[in-house]
Design a protein around this ligand. Structure first.
Ligand code: DGY
Length: 328
């Protein structure tokens, strides 16, 4: 019996590739080349399944060129790189990897926020440059995290995990903005208070962005929102590039209209707005919030579980569009 052919679009753990080979005829990418859209489309020819990361864009043109494709399994929780409606319209299953990265991403978001507040990257660069000659009372004096007001935009799984760290570990007052208010059972243990978006920017000492990208969220943080923030406040983004207007942020940081920022995601990444590279008061990391060995392995395993289930008639654990699945 011929086995389904699948494409693994980027390098992943060899153990995960080996498991996929038990079920499929696997074409992988051990060199980890980032293929162009045309190349990805061509390499998917004849494949029933695609194992992808956030770097591969799945759109209607790619789907039309590959009508044999049955499942697209991304090892990410965010899925704005996939046109889910186009997949659903063509009966293509899409799966993602929620939950397994929640706590790891929250750890990193909190660490970034602390790094910005306490000026860690800026002061480390200063020390490495051999510029530390004496102690002074205001050298790299930042702002406190404990007891401060934490403003979370996007109070989903990761937002709530960051709120837990802030409220229970650091005695922070948590305010949040979300499309819908959370149940009292979630709010109360955290002392979390729903506020409108402008109030969040005005009142928070540390704003953390954790909302999914959508066209409605494009530049949801721009010049206007940055102007609402306290001059002592920080902004942390572990969500997606494009949510923040990076040019406006670079300008606000350069003019010290906010104290500092910490960014793990960027518009047009891996390119970074040159203005952000020039200002000292920003911590920049290359989209690694979920990058611990254990969590990346859990993400890859879950994406593989989804692909195996999708193409062997079982029920995938984490589908985005389960409506395309027939009875299983
Ligand atoms: C995700 O899973 O969406 C993270 O951003 C890693 O790509």
């Amino acid at each position: 019996m011929t086995r389904p052919a699948v494409l693994v679009a980027r390098a992943v753990f060899p153990e995960v590739i080996a498991r996929l080979r038990e079920h499929f005829d696997v074409t992988d990418n051990p060199d980890d080349t980032v293929w162009s859209a045309a190349e990805l489309r061509a390499r998917l020819a004849g494949k029933a399944g695609a194992f992808i990361t956030g770097s591969e864009r799945i759109d209607a043109a790619l789907l039309d060129a590959n009508p044999q494709l049955k499942a697209v399994c991304t090892m990410t929780v965010g899925y704005n790189h996939i046109d889910v409606d186009a997949c659903t319209a063509r009966g293509v299953l899409v799966t993602y990897t929620p939950d397994v990265l929640t706590e790891t991403t929250a750890d990193f978001g909190f660490a970034l926020m602390m790094a910005a507040a306490r000026r860690m990257a800026e002061s480390e660069r200063f020390l490495r440059a051999g510029r530390w000659m004496k102690w002074s009372y205001d050298m790299f004096a930042g702002s406190d995290v404990h007891g401060a007001t934490l403003g979370i935009l996007g109070m989903g799984r990761i937002g709530q995990a960051i709120a837990r760290r802030g409220a229970l570990g650091f005695g922070m007052q948590v305010i949040y903005h979300n499309r819908s208010r959370l149940d009292a059972a979630v709010e109360q243990p955290l002392g979390a208070r729903w506020v409108d978006k402008d109030t969040l920017f005005r009142e928070a000492d540390h704003v953390v962005l954790v909302l999914p990208y959508s066209p409605a969220a494009h530049h949801i943080v721009g010049e206007r929102e940055l102007a609402l923030m306290k001059p002592t406040a920080t902004l942390t983004n572990v969500a997606r590039g494009g949510i923040v207007d990076d040019a406006a942020l670079a300008k606000a940081l350069a003019e010290r209209r906010i104290a500092a920022a910490a960014l793990d995601v960027f518009e047009g990444e891996p390119n970074v707005h040159p203005g952000l590279l020039e200002v000292p008061n920003v911590v920049l990391t290359p989209h690694i919030a979920s990058a611990t060995v254990a969590t990346r392995r859990a993400m890859a395993d879950l994406a593989a579980d989804n692909l195996i289930a999708a193409l062997t008639g079982a029920r995938p654990p984490t589908p985005i569009n389960p409506q395309v699945l027939g009875p299983r």
